[in-house]
Every structure is written in C-alpha cells, then in structure tokens.
Design a binder for this molecule. Structure first.
Ligand code: HEC
Length: 129
C-alpha cells in the first residue's frame, strides 16, 4: 500500500486522468472485464488477496459491506456516507455514475455517464468472488 506521503503526491495526477478515461471510453460498452481493465484496474486490484492499489481490492465487492476491505484507509467522507451500507448492484451503479454524489469528497475520482458501460462492469464484478 502506498504511504500517506505517496498518496498525497499522486493525488493531483489522479484528479485529472480518470475523468478523461471515463468519457473517452464510454462508447465502447461491451465486455465488462475489458472495461474494468481500462477504467478501474489502474486503481483497483480484482484478484483475491492481490495487494491494494490506490483503491481497495474489489474481489467479491458485490454484496459486501462498504469499506470492509481490511487495512484500506478510506476518506472520512466515504465512511460517513457509506458506513453500514451494502454494495448492491443499484448502489454500485449510482457510485460509478458519480461517486461524489454518493459521498461528496470521496477520494475516488471517476465518473461514468453511460449506463451500458456501468452495467457491463457491474455484471463482471458480480462474477468475481
Ligand atoms: C483514480 C483511481 C480510481 C479509479 C479509476 C476507480 N476507483 Fe474506485 N476507488 C478509488 C478510491 C481511492 C476509493 C476509496 C474512496 C474513499 O475512501 O473515499 C475507491 C473506492 C471504490 C469502491 C468502494 C470499495 C469498498 O470496499 O467499499 C468501489 C466499489 C469502487 N471504488 C469501484 C470502482 C470501479 C468499479 C471502478 C471502475 C469503473 C473504479 N472504482 C475506478 C479509486 C479509484
């Protein structure tokens, strides 16, 4: 896991890049695994027990309690907004559309306006235990 200092240093770059990713790739809805690799894997590991990246490991995320990945330092905003909630497909869909609308101030800088892309990614995530 990156040290707090490293996280701070990486943050400005992360603010800019994924926003563009989300928009540029939105026309290519289809294979959820490819979409995950393109749009999420830069920050999230998906293999069970793989080391965390900038974001928590997402293996088994569908149905899991929000913020339950041990050892990941979530933002206060994330914890305040999502503590006690479960990652249903519906909540994930809202989250991927605009995380800032679910937990204003969250560290996750990403947005996906295309419902077909969001649903392809969520279908893929359902199958990763
Ligand atoms: C720029 C890096 C980045 C990208 C790209 C990104 N995320 Fe995240 N994600 C994060 C960070 C950082 C957090 C922790 C947010 C916090 O604590 O405020 C997070 C949190 C999450 C969570 C909550 C996990 C939990 O344990 O409760 C989910 C679900 C999630 N991301 C899914 C995705 C998916 C799916 C994609 C791709 C469509 C994606 N993210 C793209 C950085 C990113």
């Amino acid at each position: 896991m990156p040290s707090p200092n490293m996280r701070a240093a990486l943050m400005p770059a992360l603010l800019a890049a994924p926003m563009m990713l989300g928009t540029a790739l939105s026309a290519q809805a289809g294979n959820g695994e490819d979409l995950f690799k393109q749009q999420c894997a830069a920050c999230h590991a998906i293999q069970k027990d793989a080391p965390m990246g900038m974001g928590p490991n997402l293996a088994g995320i569908v149905g899991r309690a929000a913020g339950a990945m041990q050892g990941f330092p979530h933002s206060e905003e994330f914890t305040a907004a999502l503590n006690g909630r479960n990652w249903t497909p519906e909540l994930l869909d809202k989250w991927l559309e605009n995380p800032q609308q679910v937990a204003k101030g969250t560290y996750m800088m990403y947005q996906q306006s295309d419902p077909a892309v969001r649903s392809a990614i969520i279908e893929y995530l359902k199958n990763i235990k």
